[in-house]
Design a protein around this ligand. Structure first.
Ligand code: HEM
Length: 554
């Protein structure tokens, strides 16, 4: 018979441990080992004599201790005493982030978030300490100067924080300088020839494959990836030329992002995973990605700083700063540029093509606009600035990004501590709460985009007195709701996308060149509707194939 004193000791230690977790939130490997393993071990040693055998002693003490800890944690999260108790949401979300890990692993977390907003309203408790907003009032207070949330704790390359993971704003400002220079108008002008080179390679490659169905999604990734190789490191990855993932990085990014998206839901596991990696060595796609990025950086450094690529600006090749950034830092930023700049543009372009294939009249109208700007086979890249003056082209890109922003569920921020909380629109949100504005829900909200909020209808972006709907009905501009203030595919505030202008330059140019050159049709046997079904939110967006046939127009 186990004595009451043993049960009491296990219970009391579990309570103490819970209070320590609640007050100090320790997440390091040592602290966690002490609290989760050593402390119950000490209890076990004390009460061991009260158990008939060691196995029963072990299981009773450890299981009992952990049960107390977990029950108190979940009990508090679900209780009316929790600071977020008044916010609605599913019990599983309130109890633990593990539910969201499951949803993210399934891929459709953007759909899940949207369904939650439809059910619970403009604010939903999506985690024990996390809120999701579908309210325009949350945008300015949240993104103006709040810190990045724990979601970004995963943003490290070889122990150096990447730009997008830095929480300290002074350090962030120092690191962003080089990026800003590398994305200035003058720098972008310098990248135009590199973009032209890749687009010429892409059109040539597609032209050669006119007799076979091809996965346009893949070709767009190859091109975006090659382009980033050119502008970041002055290196052609040759993915388009070889029609393959030569470096293995494209596959690595997808794999690593799938894993990171889950881990980022429970970033406190990071120290354990890093510890395991240190002990057993890095595995799989992580290792591959890291190795390929390091190798690329090494080659770029060997080549010197004469080339005015993004690497040049980030490593302060113009000697504008008193102290040059350390190489590991520059290498980490180079890796980030490749990841952040390739998949985002490629997936957005894929969405544009998907929607154009779904709406042949839109494809034809875009083709007409390109033809009117560049008759016949006139070079669409003779002046990149002209793309900005093509309303329908830009409407198509914007409309695709409205329906499928590349970062589907928006960026997480933490309400700065010590300021007594914040008002996010009409909602008071306590200090330390993690929150994000859910773009996939907000940008499809009929209160902000109407009519056809869920449909691809580029006309809404055009300035007109009347609008003809696809049904043939006509509405006046007064009937149109078009609230650009909630259109945030590149985020907003000080931490918004540094590559926005480059991305827009690239997407317009690729689209213009391909639409001018080719007729696109859905490949026989390919189920176009599968495209949207296979969109997965892994922070960046993962997609299935987009199978098309191309036919040269001239
Ligand atoms: C359609 C294309 C793109 C979209 C929709 C997009 C979207 C975004 C968004 C929403 C963020 C904020 C993420 C957050 O707060 O977590 C972001 C950040 C970032 N993007 Fe982009 N992006 C695109 C293309 C690019 C390109 C071409 C680059 C060039 C390298 C780039 C580089 C970055 C970087 C470095 C950050 C981190 C900025 C920071 O934390 O200061 N992006 N992007």
């Amino acid at each position: 018979m186990i004595e009451a004193s043993a049960k009491g000791l296990v219970f009391a230690t579990g309570v103490v441990s819970y209070l320590i977790y609640k007050r100090f939130e320790p997440s390091g490997v040592i602290a966690s080992l002490m609290l989760l393993v050593v402390l119950p071990g000490v209890v076990l040693n004390t009460v061991r004599g009260q158990f008939p055998n060691i196995i029963l002693a072990w299981t009773s003490v450890y299981f009992g201790y952990w049960l107390v800890l977990v029950s108190l944690t979940i009990g508090y999260r679900l209780s009316p005493f929790h600071p977020l108790a008044l916010f609605p949401g599913p019990t599983l979300c309130k109890a633990s982030k593990l539910w969201m890990v499951y949803k993210v692993a399934q891929g459709g977390s953007h759909q899940y978030h949207r369904a939650l907003h439809k059910r619970y309203g403009d604010v939903v408790r999506t985690g024990p300490n996390e809120l999701s907003f579908r309210h325009e009032g949350a945008i300015a207070p949240l993104y103006k100067d709040s810190k990045k949330g724990p979601y970004y704790d995963t943003r490290q390359t070889a122990n150096v924080e990447q730009l997008d993971g830095i929480k300290d704003l002074t350090e962030y400002a120092r690191r962003r300088k080089g990026w800003n220079r590398g994305m200035s108008m003058a720098a972008l002008k310098g990248y135009e020839d590199m973009l032209r080179k890749v687009i010429v390679e892409l059109t040539a490659a597609l032209e050669k494959r006119q007799d076979e169905p091809l996965n346009l999604r893949l070709w767009l990734i190859y091109a975006a990836f090659d382009f980033m190789g050119e502008i970041v490191f002055t290196r052609n990855f040759n993915s388009v030329k070889t029609a393959s993932d030569v470096t293995g990085m494209i596959h690595g990014i997808d794999d690593a992002s799938s894993q990171l998206a889950c881990i980022a839901q429970i970033p406190w596991t990071m120290p354990f995973l890093s510890f395991i990696q240190k002990v057993f060595g890095e595995q799989g796609s992580w290792k591959l990605l890291q190795k390929a990025a390091t190798e690329t950086v090494r080659k770029r450094v060997e080549d010197g700083t004469g080339k005015r690529d993004l690497f040049h600006y980030i490593m302060d090749g113009d000697d504008l700063e008193q102290v040059k950034p350390p190489l590991e830092e520059v290498a980490s930023e180079g890796g980030l540029a490749i990841v952040a700049g390739s998949d985002t543009t490629a997936v957005t372009l894929s969405h544009v093509f998907y929607f154009l294939l779904c709406h042949p009249p839109c494809m034809e109208r875009l083709h007409k606009e390109v033809g009117s700007q560049y008759p016949g086979a006139t070079d669409t890249m003779s002046d990149f600035a002209r793309h900005a003056d093509m309303p329908y082209l830009n409407a198509c890109v914007n409309e695709a990004m409205r329906l499928y922003p590349a970062v589907l569920t928006g960026s997480q921020r933490t309400i700065n501590s010590g300021q007594g909380g914040a008002m996010l629109g009409p909602y008071y949100v306590p200090d330390g709460t993690n929150a994000s504005v859910n773009l996939f829900s907000l940008q499809r909200d009929p209160r902000h985009f109407y009519p056809l909020p869920d449909e691809f209808w580029p006309d809404r972006w055009l300035t007109q007195d009347t609008y003809r709907l696809p049904t043939g009905d006509v509405i006046s501009k007064e009937e149109l709701i078009h609230d650009k203030s909630v259109f945030l595919p590149f985020a907003t505030g000080i931490r918004s996308c540094v590559g926005k202008n480059l991305a827009i330059l690239e997407m317009r140019a690729v689209l213009c060149a391909l639409i001018q050159k080719f007729d696109f049709s859905v490949a026989p046997g390919y189920d176009l509707a599968s495209w949207e079904r296979e969109v997965r939110n892994i922070f960046i967006t993962a997609c299935g194939p987009l199978m098309v046939n191309v036919k040269s127009r001239y």
